[in-house]
Write a protein that binds this ligand. Sequence first.
Ligand SMILES: Nc1nc2c(ncn2[C@@H]2O[C@H](COP(=O)(O)OP(=O)(O)O)[C@@H](O)[C@H]2O)c(=O)[nH]1
Ligand SMILES: [Mg+2]
Length: 345
Amino acid sequence: MKVGIIGLRGSGKTTIFNSLTGHMVHSEGLGGKKGCALGLTKVPDKRIDRLSSIFSPKKTVYAQIHFTDFPGSTKDEKGFSDETLRKLSDVDALALVLKGFSSGVTPAPVEDINTVLADMILSDIILAERSMQRLEKSRQDSGLLSIITKIHSHLSRDRCLALLPLDESEEHQIAGYTFVTRKPVLVVLNIGEDDAFVMPADKVEDVCKEQGWRFLQICGSMEEEIAQLKPEDQAAFLKDLGVDEPARDRFIQASYGLLDLVSFFTVGDDEVRSWPIRRGTNAVKAAGKIHSDIERGFIRAEVIGYEDFIQCGDLQTARKKGMLRLEGKEYQVRDGDIITFRFNV
Ligand SMILES: Nc1nc2c(ncn2[C@@H]2O[C@H](COP(=O)(O)OP(=O)(O)O)[C@@H](O)[C@H]2O)c(=O)[nH]1
Ligand SMILES: [Mg+2]
């Protein structure tokens, strides 16, 4: 899964990117004007920590998210550049960073969120208009033209496309278009460490609610400092602050939630691993995430929920107690299921 970090220049995108990935991209460096910085981060999951301590496997694998730090736009640039759009076509979700800390200038997050929103909508309107002109001229695909026309009129009401219900066939027909407002968005209000300024966070949240966006508040510069500490010092620092997890973990988990992903786990002496799947995925498709052979030769899945497993303590006990359920191909995998697949190829 890939998340693109967008927002106006100076909102703290690179700072947050660094805190998420543990990278140290210089503030005016890569992310500043042109290129994009790329980073991989694991999705923290206390259940995997626990399973790993139970099995002491050779390898522990967490789910991962790719973050891309996009170059920021300034307020007077309109829409996204073609270059940026090309890169955005590749991301599954967006994290929109808003400047909420004061740096001599008072932050204006409400104005900023509306600026970026208008930019995103404008980008999609331009794309829709270009496509409508082309389709009208060629007179070939009237079905597609009517979908794009519907999209255009929806956008003209200042609404993100994620709010426009499309059926499967419509989705399929527009799959090749990069409409930025179709992507799920997490808005991140980047606040200062000790701000006297009263944040109009509720007004920002109102815009989010209107557009179906999620909202999170974070102090980017502090997160960046925490991320640079050694792991053992991080824990002590957080304890001092009286919190049990850094905001970066909430950020990563919220990004994960944007795509309605859930995790199932495989466990053993070799490996304890988290597998991200879309909510509603059935057992045979989940098996295919691990290996196509397991999907092809699927016989059954032995399943136990994470909480039940922890109560039993180990798989033998769970089996004796009859807590391991046998499930077939169509079983809908739930978040936290620990699964052993039986297969035959
Ligand atoms: N005081 C304060 N400064 C920040 C915070 N986040 C970022 N900055 C500063 O704001 C400037 C722009 O940040 P940067 O991450 O490069 O923004 P970008 O252009 O969106 O990538 C840098 O000088 C950062 O040190 C914050 O939470 N508090
Ligand atoms: Mg930057």
